[in-house]
Write a protein that binds this ligand. Structure first.
Ligand code: ATP
Ligand code: IP8
Length: 256
């Protein structure tokens, strides 16, 4: 089984509040269906989550009751995004159901706890793909917190023990600097934990979950002692499909 995350930067325009990229999402869903591989999918929140979350500093937890309506609005918005994503999956023949982390799980001090995975396991068992996503989730110590899709990936990797873990974003992989700003940035084909400190990763769009650095940290978590995670560009047609068919494509492999 392959665990795959469609990043917020491929399914939305992260610079504009609630701008869904339906065309790109539909193509990526078609590539997943065409691969014929058994998949579990997660998606990011993109501009349905990060814009308001940043404005109201939701990643800090509950500090001021003016944040409460914003937390509810973000939960509403990411569900709206998720239903649009699962709609595209169903259209290409993948039976998928959106499972909002904020309504089934809790966090503790910023970490997602999935104590009882029975419902998501049971869905997968009967062939329905449970789709988790970045969400606002109740937090035992902070009132609420932001659970990134990357954290949901970590939880699902523990539950399903996938053969392959893929993160789909809008860049070919991890670079020495942001490739959108630095024309001399070089793609790093393989990354290990000790390289993280040297990484130049300034944020250019609203992102409350640590941007590319947070993602690589979560990928290293998922790798544990001997796993591997792959970061690949979903904006290039056919690239995800090629990777799912085990072909060589430009990407970054993250290893411990
Ligand atoms: P989300 O986490 O919202 O689901 P995502 O998974 O698509 O989104 P981002 O967190 O937006 O990923 O990270 C990808 C972005 O990181 C790219 O668009 C790129 O511009 C930016 N970036 C910054 N520094 C780097 C770097 N050193 N290497 C690669 N990308 C970088
Ligand atoms: O897009 C962020 O999840 P991500 C979730 O996977 C929210 O980083 C609500 C901003």
């Amino acid at each position: 089984m392959i665990l795959i995350k469609l990043g917020g930067s491929v399914i939305t325009d992260k610079s504009e509040y609630k701008k869904f990229n339906r065309e790109q999402t539909a193509r990526l869903c078609a590539e997943m269906a065409a691969s014929g591989r058994g998949l579990i999918m997660v998606h990011g929140a993109g501009s349905y989550g990060h814009v308001l979350a940043k404005q109201y500093q939701l990643q800090q937890g509950l500090q001021d009751f003016r944040q409460v309506p914003a937390a509810a609005q973000v939960q509403h918005d990411v569900r709206e995004l998720s239903l649009q994503v699962t709609e595209e999956m169903i259209k290409v023949g993948i039976p998928a159901v959106s499972v909002p982390p904020g309504s089934c799980f809790v966090m503790d001090n910023g970490r997602l706890l999935v104590k009882d995975p029975e419902s998501i396991k049971a869905l997968a068992h009967i062939g329905i793909m449970p789709v988790l996503f970045g969400d606002v989730v109740a937090d035992r110590s902070k009132g609420f917190g932001i659970c990134s899709g990357d954290q949901a990936m970590e939880a699902l990797a523990r539950i399903f023990r996938p053969d392959k873990v893929i993160f789909v974003s809008d860049v070919d992989g991890l670079y020495t600097a942001d490739p959108k700003k630095d024309p001399n940035a070089k793609l790093i084909p393989e990354v290990s934990g000790d390289m993280l400190d040297k990484l130049d990763s300034e944020l250019t769009v609203a992102d409350v979950t640590g941007g590319i650095r947070g993602k690589v940290e979560e990928m290293l978590n998922i790798c544990g002692n001997d796993g591997e995670c792959i970061l690949v560009n979903g904006t290039v047609p056919g690239r995800l499909l090629a990777l799912l068919k085990d072909e060589d494509v430009p990407c970054t492999k993250v290893r411990p």
